[in-house]
Design a protein around this ligand. Structure first.
Ligand code: R5P
Length: 296
């Protein structure tokens, strides 16, 4: 039995202080349910509103990618420096220590390998299994303009419906066909379609001209995709520009794990993303951290 209530004078109702109804730090996420916001706040640092996601899901269509041959040896040491890991359930269960405590963004689409038409994907993870793995979000490829455009969009909307049922956010990844033009017009179209149809955040490529129009016209957070390996300074510059032009973080793979000094690289990327460090300074940081590691 609860204690009998004490008299009115001993309680404090702070009648003069209105209860705050704060918003949420992430763009377009204010009306989501508590569980959804809580999961997004595990991916995006509430202090900066940004994220450094480490993408290691490449094997789902291209097998043991360079740098990912031995995830236990090459990637597990990087985990402490990421805000979230983007990966497949196979790698999560076989190789990632459950004690790592990092937010997981689970690759939830797949089907074709690099030998086939990539847009011909299906949903590849059941929402119940995503919950079992305690994921913070699920990720799915959307092929706007691709051969199986409608199927990929429909995969995404089905995943969004399933995610909404349980409070699991969906990351839509805008996949660009080999022959398609990568410009602001295309990415505005792709990102906006994903957000309009329910994605909670979108991953897309950086483009030097008009990226700020892509982020501005997308009503949910945009995370920059890394892309193929480029020079360290170029990768840091690209991340910096994307952040300054409205990206809420990065989801980088090859430019981190194919770097000569992956820990130094992810730390430099973190400084760019979370501290607005300029590319030249971040590059110096990378160089000094990588020298220290080699004992120079
Ligand atoms: C894209 O389709 C997948 O999510 C990739 O595995 C991931 O985005 C690749 O990351 P990065 O291009 O930075 O190596």
């Amino acid at each position: 039995m609860p204690e009998a209530d004490v008299n009115r004078e001993e309680k404090n109702f702070y009648e003069n202080i209105k209860m705050k109804t704060p918003g949420f730090f992430l763009k377009g996420s204010n009306s989501l349910d508590w569980g959804m916001k809580n999961r997004l706040a595990r991916i995006f640092d509430p202090g900066t509103g940004r994220t450094v996601m480490l993408a290691i899901d490449h094997g789902y269509f291209q097998g043991p990618t360079t740098g990912l041959e031995r995830i236990d040896l090459n990637i597990v040491p990087l985990i402490p420096y990421a805000d979230a890991l983007m990966l497949t359930r196979g790698i999560l269960r076989t190789t990632i220590p459950p004690s790592s405590g990092k937010a997981v963004v689970m690759r939830a689409s797949g089907g074709p390998s690099i030998l086939k038409e990539l847009s011909n994907e299906e949903i590849a993870v059941d929402m119940e299994d995503a919950i079992r793995m305690n994921v913070s979000a699920v990720a799915i490829q959307v092929f706007i303009g691709g051969e199986y455009e409608t199927r990929s969009v429909h995969n995404m909307t089905r995943l969004v419906d399933a995610g909404l049922r349980y409070g699991i956010p969906v990351l839509a990844v805008t996949a660009v066909g080999k022959d398609m033009v990568r410009d602001a017009k295309y990415f505005r179209l792709a990102c906006r379609i994903c957000a309009e149809l329910g994605a909670h955040f979108v991953k897309t490529y950086y483009i030097p001209e008009g990226f700020e129009t892509v982020t501005a016209s997308c009503p949910v957070p945009v995370v920059m995709a890394g892309g193929k390996k480029i020079s360290v300074l170029d990768a840091l510059t690209m991340a910096y520009n994307a952040i300054q032009q409205g990206a809420a973080g990065v989801d980088m793979g090859r430019n981190i794990f194919q770097s000569d000094a992956p820990i130094a690289m992810i730390k430099a990327v973190r400084s760019v993303v979370h501290k607005n460090m300029k590319p030249a300074e971040a590059y110096e940081l990378y160089k000094s951290l990588s020298k220290r590691k080699k004992g120079k």
